[in-house]
Design a protein around this ligand. Structure first.
Ligand code: CO
Length: 203
């Protein structure tokens, strides 16, 4: 049986190296987490939130799914946002997509991929809204453009949840950031100014 012993030994080496540096690190962290950031990103294995932002355990609360979707009917993402905002009192929500996203590409393609097509229905609908702009681009450029549009759209879904509207109403300070990551450079680019309060209907 494959017991993944290489991963377990990596883990031991990692814990040892942190302990060597700061013997209290894990004990302090076990007692409480107080991250300032919530990350909503793609499940893609090449976009690990902590590593690409240089943050340590305890510093960023993370939710990832295929194509960084925030669907108003998804209890999973809503529970994560609610806990992060109401209990952890995070200050920043980062929606981070990435260029060349396979989920976004699948949403643009005209054939069936399986159950995932239902998950991607919102992005398919977004591609229809921007059909003219996307049709003028070659396939890779259209995928990348739709990756950007998707980040903006998911950020506005977050801003329009009752969770954020209520938090802002109470005077809680939370900013929503729309970012995109480039796989072949390792660099993140912000796509818009952070949203710091309720969006009006023209947004
Ligand atoms: Co992706």
């Amino acid at each position: 049986m494959e017991r993944l012993t290489h991963l377990l030994s990596n883990n031991r080496a990692w814990a040892d190296s942190i302990n060597a540096h700061d013997p209290d690190f894990f004990r302090k962290l076990a007692n409480q987490q107080s991250p300032e950031y919530l990350w909503i990103g793609c499940s893609d294995s090449r976009v690990p939130a902590n590593q690409i932002t240089g943050l340590a355990p305890g510093e960023i609360f993370v939710h990832r799914n295929v194509a960084n979707v925030v669907a108003e009917t998804d209890f999973n993402v809503l529970a994560v946002i609610q806990y992060a905002v109401d209990v952890l009192k995070i200050r920043h929500i980062i929606i981070c997509g990435h260029y060349g996203c396979g989920g976004v590409r699948a949403a643009l393609e005209n054939f069936r991929h399986g159950m995932i097509d239902n998950w991607l229905a919102g992005i398919r609908s977004l591609s229809r809204t921007h059909r003219a702009e996307l049709a003028a681009l070659d396939t890779d450029a259209a995928v990348d453009r739709l990756c950007e549009l998707n980040v903006r759209s998911q950020a506005s879904h977050v801003a329009r949840t009752t969770i954020l509207e209520d938090a802002w109403e109470r005077g809680q300070k939370i900013s929503i950031h729309s970012w995109i990551y480039r796989l072949d450079t390792g660099l993140i680019t912000p796509l818009a100014e952070p949203v710091t309060g309720p969006m009006d209907n023209s947004d």
